[in-house]
Design a protein around this ligand. Sequence first.
Ligand SMILES: C[S@@+](CC[C@H](N)C(=O)[O-])C[C@H]1O[C@@H](n2cnc3c(N)ncnc32)[C@H](O)[C@@H]1O
Length: 277
Amino acid sequence: MSWWAIDVRTTPADRDTLGAWLVTETGLAVEERADGTLVTFAADEAAADALVAALAVHCGGRAAAERRPLEAVDWSVRWRDGLGARTIGRLTVLPSWLPEVTPDGARTVVLDPETAFGSGEHGSTRAALALLERHLAPGDFVLDLGSGSGILAIAAVKLGARSAVGIETDAGANEVAVRNAERNRVSQRISFLTGDAADLAPLAGPADLLLSNILRSVNTPLLPAIVAALRPGGLAIFAGMEEVEARLFRPVIADAGFTTVEELTEAGWWAVAARSE
Ligand SMILES: C[S@@+](CC[C@H](N)C(=O)[O-])C[C@H]1O[C@@H](n2cnc3c(N)ncnc32)[C@H](O)[C@@H]1O
């Protein structure tokens, strides 16, 4: 797969609505450059062409779009550049190749995400970690949907969860997560299952707390499975959505019977903790 970028220019007045439309169309983040250009992505040239055509229909002459192929980068090597320790409340996330610098009393997650998502650098992961750190109760049983590198499940156990189960469609990511659990000496308290959370989450529950840091386009159809996987009154932490998506997701979780407990935004990524009925 060779990714393409699409640069979209529009008036300042139309920028927010167009950004929200692009997020909804692609299910991907939109970057806003300093000059106001919106940048989004497509998985191949045909998808880039389709998006440019849909944009022309949606906006008429109010926006101009250009597409360009992206340079192929070996992310398995490049992503290590610039990663450092991150502190979120009582939690420190430390890349495994750095010397340990944990302050006294802090809970450290030592991590090598390798090729899996979840280094602790992304705003959506940090937003989920911040809500987890504030709302986890000691002894909770935790489900982590879309567990990637295992960062959230491991953090939950380090913060006092009784045990955790990660569910991930990507078997390769689960191999990375297992290595990270071993690195943090929490393997006895965490399992990683490979498969679709829609099928596995209700079987793995009932959970006291459930994390779902996945795109809104995935979180929304997962809601019935999430409700089925939580105990009555259990807490769900949803992340993986940009700030502009909050207004679209709030009514969806309210309709599914959730009451919002706390919302926060980290580097433009919105997350919400909400209690089920
Ligand atoms: C944004 S990453 C989150 C990784 C990590 N939990 C974190 O917070 O950094 C989302 C993950 O969800 C996985 N995923 C997407 N759809 C899924 C589904 N239906 N069931 C389970 N995992 C899924 C992806 O493979 C990806 O690893």
